[in-house]
Design a protein around this ligand. Structure first.
Ligand code: SF4
Ligand code: SF4
Ligand code: FES
Length: 661
């Protein structure tokens, strides 16, 4: 709801609940504010931001930083009594903290240079604590730790740790020190001994502020973690359903993040992979009572679920039951099984079963069908115990295809069908995104050296959700840049999520929003400040290119790494079955007509599906051509000697491997 107000005679329309201080900022009216920062809740400690507010016939003085606008009012930021009050407050402050630069500056602005009295609690330190409360709120709201707080009243008021003793729970993140406007808090021990701790603080603080301010509206990583993606993926037809056949499902709302948040992820606590992470995307379900398996009946804490687990163990198995997802999450963790591999592998087995490729002979009597949660759970326990059909599913899709073909003496057509629906690349199961409509993401999975792993999956967001890489050239560039950048995170031991899951507010206005230049700059500075070695963003990519090309050389040494090994199952590029084609017929018909000038009149679904396949498979090969070229590889995906020279990687032993590739 919008409200019209007047500040110093100027009219402005603001959203209900906007503070007077923020409304004044919009009009370029400056109000002095010592204890206010946008990134934390207004504390109202200094009272310097007072203004007069006229509401009908009444006028009252309020602190503008925490006064929410709820109705039509008129504000006076420089009335006589406001100016007098501020002057008096500043004189008092200066008498108490005469050498604090911030106070001296504000006081001078109001003509106060020498107070008329000496405060009984005078503190002559330049770094005196002025009791602004920013550190207390920052620790609580930005870091979610609540390590420090105020103790005492009146003249005894001070910032302390509990019981005024050192508290080990302080993670030493330095946010309190960085936000303190006087330097009253400072770090006495800098962990990891970076070459330039101040530079790291600067960029660390910047990203911490962005997380605090922007995460709620962009991702809610702090609230629910990556599980927030489930509804987004379902809305964009990207949520894998029944072995990636479809990208959405009418029951998907049963797996939406608010279901988990309301009932299971109830801690409301930060849970990062490392101390001090402001994103804190790790979440846990508490007191979850297990219904099956060796711990049946016990109440346990389950680490998760995150998006891939919800999408894989839920939608991709056709099981829209949050309790099943959490239980599968728990037992995968307990047995040491990756949730993605379990889910994608089992989804493949389910589709084979439903299509009569396998039967109960191999499953030990189990009805391995989509949506059958009891069977899905039993197979997980079998995988953990090492018995039954679980042994076969546990070997992964590549081996399952071989085992099924041998055991059932399958026809060529059936073998091809398994090839098309077996969602693995380079032997690794696909992570949980439907890539049919995203050529970039098909390349992201297929052209990754390690297979279709989930850390290659952000291209789908750029391509399909944000539409940041629309052209073929953009996609090829993305498939050069992003895998290199991802490799760099791995090399440095850094998390990728703060790079582009939460973006700076002005990211869309930058030259290359897909690369999130504001955050790349942060990583460049982090590297230089940590090591003392100055690099630029190009060098960051070059560092990865050296490793990435070296990994490709190792692929060759193992007998892989050429174009044929970058192949993908057709289901990741388009509809395998008629049923899939017809479920999205409008979309596919439109593409056939508009993109490939194919006359669909009088054509059967089978004919249209086959033509679409031909075109999409060609597209994928063209993408490979473009990406190989951009990466400096030859037409077979082999790094050229020139490229290796450019990277200073042309060691004789490396060149020898490449020549044989
Ligand atoms: S270092 Fe971090 S955790 Fe410790 S008191 Fe300061 S803000 Fe809180
Ligand atoms: S230590 Fe610094 S941030 Fe905390 S209340 Fe004192 S002046 Fe403010
Ligand atoms: S800025 Fe409003 S009370 Fe300090």
């Amino acid at each position: 709801m919008m409200i019209n107000i007047i500040i110093d005679g100027k009219k402005i329309e603001v959203e209900k609940e906007t503070t007077i201080l923020n409304a004044a900022k919009m009009l370029d009216i400056t109000i002095p504010a010592v204890c206010n920062r946008e990134v934390v809740e207004a504390y109202g400690a200094c009272r310097l931001c007072v203004v007069d507010v006229k509401d009908g016939n009444k006028t009252k003085m309020v602190t503008s930083c925490n006064f929410p606008i709820r109705k039509k009012i008129e504000v006076f930021t420089q009335s006589e009594r406001v100016m007098k009050t501020r002057k008096m407050l500043l004189e008092l402050m200066l008498s108490r903290w005469p050498n604090v630069n911030l106070i001296k500056k504000f006081a001078a602005d109001y003509g106060v240079t020498k107070p008329r009295m000496v405060h009984p609690l005078v503190d002559y330190s330049e770094n005196a604590c002025i009791l602004c409360g920013l550190c207390v709120n920052a620790c609580s709201e930005m870091v979610w730790e609540d390590i420090i707080g105020f103790a005492g009243r009146g003249e005894n008021r001070r910032v302390v740790m509990p019981f005024e003793k050192h508290y080990d729970a302080c993670i030493g993140c330095s946010t309190c020190a960085n936000i303190c406007p006087t330097g009253a808090i400072y770090m006495t021990d800098i962990p990891n001994h970076p070459a330039d701790a101040t530079r790291i603080d600067k960029y660390g603080m910047k990203i911490t502020e962005q997380m605090t301010l922007l995460d709620d509206e962009q991702c809610d990583m702090r609230g629910i973690g990556t599980a927030h993606l489930t509804q987004i993926m379902n809305d964009y037809d990207l949520l894998p359903t029944t072995n990636y056949k479809y990208g959405s499902h009418k029951e998907a709302d049963k797996l939406h993040s608010d279901v988990f948040k309301k009932k299971y992820i109830t801690q409301g606590l930060p849970d990062g992979c490392w101390l001090g992470c402001t994103m804190s995307c790790a979440k846990a379900a508490e007191n979850f009572e297990l219904k099956t398996g060796p711990y049946k009946g016990q109440k346990v804490l389950v680490d998760g679920p995150e998006y891939e687990t919800v999408a894989g163990c839920g939608a991709n198995l056709g099981i829209f039951v949050p309790e099943f997802v959490i239980e599968a999450n728990f037992y995968c963790d307990t047995y040491g099984i990756d949730t993605i591999s379990y889910a994608t592998g089992l989804a493949f087995a389910m589709e084979c079963f439903e299509n009569g490729i396998i039967d109960k002979k191999i499953t030990g009597g189990l009805e391995v069908k989509f949506g059958n949660e009891n069977t899905a759970m039993e197979i997980l326990h079998q995988m953990g115990r090492g018995d039954g059909f679980g042994i076969i599913v546990g070997q992964g899709i590549r081996r399952m295809k071989k085992i099924f073909a041998e055991k059932y003496d399958l026809t060529d057509e059936q073998i091809q069908f398994m090839q098309d629906i077996g969602m693995e690349a380079k032997g690794l199961e696909y992570s949980e995104y439907v890539t049919k409509e995203s050529l970039a993401m098909q390349g992201g999975y297929g052209l990754a050296l390690k297979g279709a792993q989930h850390d290659e999956a952000w291209l789908i967001f750029m391509d399909m959700v944000n539409n940041q890489i629309p052209t073929f050239k953009d996609k090829a560039e993305a498939l050069h840049y992003f895998p290199m950048f991802r490799t760099w995170f791995g090399l440095m031991g850094l998390c990728k999520l703060p790079w582009n899951d939460v973006e700076p507010a002005d990211n869309a206005e930058t030259d290359e929003p897909a690369k999130v230049p504001g955050h790349v700059e942060g990583y460049v500075n982090f590297f230089s400040a940590m090591t003392g070695k100055e690099i630029d963003k190009q060098e960051l990519i070059r560092q990865s290119e050296r490793v990435y090309n070296f990994q490709r050389v190792f692929n060759f040494r193992l007998g892989y790494g050429t174009r044929e090994h970058d192949a993908i199952p057709y289901r990741s590029a388009g509809p395998v079955t008629i049923e899939e084609y017809e479920s999205r017929a409008e979309r596919y018909d439109k593409q056939l007509t508009e993109k490939w000038n194919y006359d669909i009149a009088g054509k059967t679904s089978k004919e249209k599906r086959d033509y679409l396949r031909e075109m999409r498979e060609k597209d994928y090969q063209h993408l490979c051509d473009a990406v190989y070229k951009r990466r400096g590889w030859d037409n077979n995906g082999v790094p050229t000697i020139e490229k290796m020279k450019e990277l200073r990687m042309d060691l004789p032993s490396v060149v020898e491997v490449l020549k044989k590739a």
